[in-house]
Ligand binder design. Structure first.
Ligand code: SF4
Length: 231
């Protein structure tokens, strides 16, 4: 596992769990609004933690922490992800996986083998706007659709979420996302905030009022939609 970051305690990343988060290095997307450019770009990619260090840390926190959130970068790009999760699960931890949904086969295996307990999947944008929003011109949207359909089977808790950027997300996009995800899935509109470690430039967020209006567009399709990260 190439692990470039460890947040030793989080109350937010894994809902309902006292958890820590590991950030894997590398991603197959280049979302301009990515907050973790240093985890994603090969020129900056570095593995700062040996897997053994993480496992030792988890072992030492076994009686304090309940869960591990595996985020990125894109964790499903790690060839030894399954083995790593098996080791974490054997310690008694619950595992939440953050993913962009590009590896539905692996996602299905992890769910069927009961190795993950929750998934948060990014919905970058409407299908039509996925290439510009993911930074990948030629994109296999089928894999994203397959992951959406898999999670909607509801075998384990999950959420969909979209980081909303003024320059990338239109009202029409939000309407299309609503129609695509249609149903009772938990769905979060997340406000874009410039972390200072972005892949793209000249991106801005919507105001709170504008985000509420975008939420109103998706809510008829997705009654469990809400805003996240808005005061
Ligand atoms: S925001 Fe995009 S580029 Fe950044 S880690 Fe997530 S999927 Fe990869």
């Amino acid at each position: 596992m190439k692990i470039s970051g460890l947040q030793k305690l989080t109350l937010l990343d894994y809902p309902g769990h006292l958890a820590c988060t590991v950030f894997t290095a590398g991603c197959n997307f280049r979302c301009p609004f990515c907050q973790n450019a240093s985890l994603v770009l090969p020129s900056k990619e570095i593995s700062q933690y040996r897997e053994e260090e993480i496992l030792n840390f988890l072992s030492s926190r076994k009686h304090i922490l309940e869960g591990l959130c595996i985020s990125g970068g894109e964790p499903t790009m790690q060839p030894d992800l399954t083995d790593f999760i098996r080791k974490v699960k054997s310690m008694g931890y619950s595992v939440k996986l953050d993913t962009n949904g590009t590896h539905p086969k692996l996602l299905r295996e992890l769910i069927e083998d009961q190795l993950i307990d929750m998934v948060a999947m990014d919905i970058k944008n409407s299908k039509e706007s996925y290439p510009k929003t993911s930074g990948i011109e030629i994109l296999n949207i089928n894999s994203i659709e397959e992951s959406v359909d898999l999670l909607k089977e509801g075998r384990i808790p999950y959420e969909f979420r979209t980081t909303i950027v003024r320059e990338l997300h239109t009202k029409k996009d939000m309407d299309d996302i609503g129609k695509w995800l249609y149903g009772s899935s938990p769905y979060y509109l997340q406000a874009f905030v410039d972390s200072g470690d972005l892949i793209g430039t000249n991106l801005t967020g919507y105001s709170k009022q504008e985000l509420i209006e975008l939420l109103e567009i998706v809510s008829p399709y997705l009654p469990n939609a809400s805003l996240r990260g808005i005061d």
